[in-house]
Write a protein that binds this ligand. Structure first.
Ligand SMILES: Cc1cc2nc3c(=O)[nH]c(=O)nc-3n(C[C@H](O)[C@H](O)[C@H](O)COP(=O)(O)O)c2cc1C
Length: 376
């Protein structure tokens, strides 16, 4: 064994021991935590161009969720108050999201965060849709104008996170559902043991079993997993073992010994399905969000609704886990609407439930310099 490899192993073991004995200390984390990421590369330059208040609005927006955490958004600064929101083609997911449907939903979540942060800073945002399909490089034009300051606990944007474990098998209280969904009739709740919930659990696992057999999907996923701390620090997007809830000894093992090719291996595919089975067995039911049509503006609006709900979930200890495989694979994507008795196609399938714990977010974020462009 080479000296450097031995040193590396010793250091890894030290990290595991430290993590075990000193929980709360992020042992050996070599990448910056979220707050530092968001004020990292390019933040100072952005502040110089548009000022700290506006730069922080973009910082808040980028805390939004996105499929595989690709963070597809770009912000082109035309002037301090006029920004174009677009997407970066290298962050499209052509295998699981060939129509850029999930991309438009993620842009919607980004926009919702942006508008909330702008309003909390005393701006109104005039939004103009530029695109007629989600492949257009420019999607929205935003204009910030002075408006009334709206009180909103911005801490919620920092604390929102996807949860995948620790859900109780308890019904959600109707009052909580009302609060979370604002009585919006695009939201449907399927409580545990209802036929809809049972079908969603079964179909999610079946769609996952089907999906993991598709090499192209696994190859795409492999490109978005940051197994090592070094890769996490380099890319600051995608999924990490922590964000996939691979923790403890298994987490340590994959961080140090897994790479892109393992995602194509039999063991990883099997473990993915097994994890999904465990997850669907733990739930307080499912929330499905539908939309009237699949036009780009409607999808963005649906992403905004989803994020509005997501931001409130922690205040009621409700965990939210988007599980999209049913909407990504045939025949489930064709069956879902009929089986759930919906008038139009669902856009989000969310496993929900009261949670025992609500830890702080662990997913990566790209620094402002990598998502913002100045126009000249
Ligand atoms: C449109 C969309 C689809 C998603 N689909 C899944 C999914 O199928 N499975 C999953 O575990 N997470 C899914 N997520 C959650 C993302 O993986 C998550 O938002 C991302 O990793 C960032 O983590 P965070 O939400 O904790 O900030 C989805 C999110 C969005 C916006």
């Amino acid at each position: 064994m080479s000296i450097s490899r031995r040193k590396f192993l010793i250091r890894s073991v030290q990290c595991v021991l430290a993590a075990g004995f000193l929980p709360g200390l992020s042992a050996c984390a070599e990448r910056p935590v979220r707050e530092q990421e968001l004020t990292g590369d390019g933040y100072g330059g952005l502040v110089d161009v548009i000022g700290r208040q506006r730069a922080d609005i973009i910082r808040y927006a980028s805390l939004a969720p996105s499929g595989h955490n690709v963070q597809p958004w770009t912000v082109t600064i035309k002037s301090a108050d006029n920004w174009i929101i677009g997407s970066a083609e290298e962050r499209w997911l052509s295998e699981v999201d060939p129509r850029n449907r999930e991309l438009a939903l993620s842009i919607g979540a980004f926009l919702e965060n942006l508008v909330i942060a702008a309003q909390a800073n005393g701006f109104e945002v005039n939004i103009r849709l530029l695109a007629d399909n989600p492949f257009d490089p420019e999607l929205l034009s935003l204009e910030l104008v002075n408006g009334k300051r709206v009180d909103y606990p911005l801490k919620r944007l920092f604390e929102r996170r996807t949860l995948r474990t620790g859900f109780k098998n308890e019904y959600l209280d109707p009052e909580d559902i009302l609060y979370l969904t604002d009585a919006d009739d695009n939201f449907f709740y399927y409580p545990p043991e209802s036929p809809g919930a049972e079908w969603l659990a079964m179909a999610t696992v079946a769609a996952m079993e089907h999906q993991v057999k598709r090499d192209n999907v696994q190859q795409e996923l492999a490109r978005w997993i940051r197994w090592s701390e070094a890769d996490a620090a380099k890319y600051r997007n995608g999924l990490t073992p922590e964000s996939m809830d691979i923790t403890g000894l298994a987490g340590w093992y994959v961080k140090n010994f897994y790479g892109e090719s393992d995602v194509l291996g039999k063991d990883f595919r099997k473990a993915t399905v097994e994890r999904a089975k465990k997850q669907v067995a733990e739930s307080g039911g499912w929330i499905v969000i539908r939309s009237d049509n699949e036009r780009v503006g409607t999808l963005i609006e649906t992403g905004r609704r989803f994020e509005r709900m997501f931001l409130k979930a922690k205040t009621r200890s409700v965990g939210v886990h988007p599980m999209s495989q049913v909407l990504e694979e045939r025949p489930w994507v064709e069956d879902v609407r009929k089986i759930l008795g919906l008038e139009s196609k669902p856009q989000f399938i969310l496993r929900v439930g009261y949670t025992r714990e609500y830890p702080l977010p662990v997913s990566l974020r790209m620094p402002p310099g990598e998502i913002t462009y100045t126009s000249e």
